[in-house]
Design a protein around this ligand. Sequence first.
Ligand code: THU
Length: 135
Amino acid sequence: MNRVDTKDIELIEAAKQMIRARYKEGKHHVGAAVRTKSGKVYAAVNLEAYIGRVAVCAEAIALGKAISEGEDGFETIVAVLADEEGDARIVSPCGICRELISDYGQEIHVLLPQGQEEYSKTGILELLPAKYKRE
Ligand code: THU
């Protein structure tokens, strides 16, 4: 059972805090936070771009930030989207992020929105059935 625990609530809070602090219209409206196996949390924002496909997701930057600091194992990741009230709500990661997350750990859990105030926790491969394989 993938139970959402206190550490997961703290992870959501870290992602929310990041986007609250760094929100910029047309530039940063998604926050993400990843918790490493070593227990550390790394948070980041997305990079919006004038040419849409150039944009970089917050999850990718959170993973990159952690890896750049020497981390190499991840437990759980979450993304949040800023809303009009100056707060943020959990969002489901896009397909590209699902690919990326699964490449950095097939056991990584993702926190997902479930209804208004609820969250659920799912293994990344459940979000990416029949993942592409070269072999
Ligand atoms: N975005 C993320 O940061 N994470 C996702 O999982 C989905 C999309 C960003 C990328 C781009 O800057 C913008 O949101 C597209 O709406």
